[in-house]
Design a protein around this ligand. Structure first.
Ligand code: ZN
Length: 82
């Protein structure tokens, strides 16, 4: 019996379940490949920061700053982008 490994698994599963429940109230957005427009991934509305996506169609690896791909566009403040 490996209590530590088992506990870690249970904890991860609980976190995954919690994440899924939280995500039910969020809006999903498709991320499209900047090269060919193919759907390259899905993010939730509370996602921030940078993400690496790999297009399954044209195999392009792209780094996207999710701040540029928000549905609700805020006014551009230079100080918000570092
Ligand atoms: Zn592509």
């Amino acid at each position: 019996m490996k209590p530590n490994a088992y506990r870690a698994n249970e904890e991860i599963r609980m976190k995954a379940e919690l994440s899924r429940k939280e995500a039910e109230s969020l809006i999903e957005r498709d991320l499209k490949c900047p090269e060919c427009g193919y759907k390259a991934g899905t993010v939730f509305s509370d996602c921030t920061g940078h993400l690496t996506i790999r297009c399954r169609k044209c195999k392009t690896v792209s780094v996207l700053n999710l701040a540029y791909f928000r549905r609700h566009r805020r006014r551009k403040y230079k100080t918000t982008i570092k």
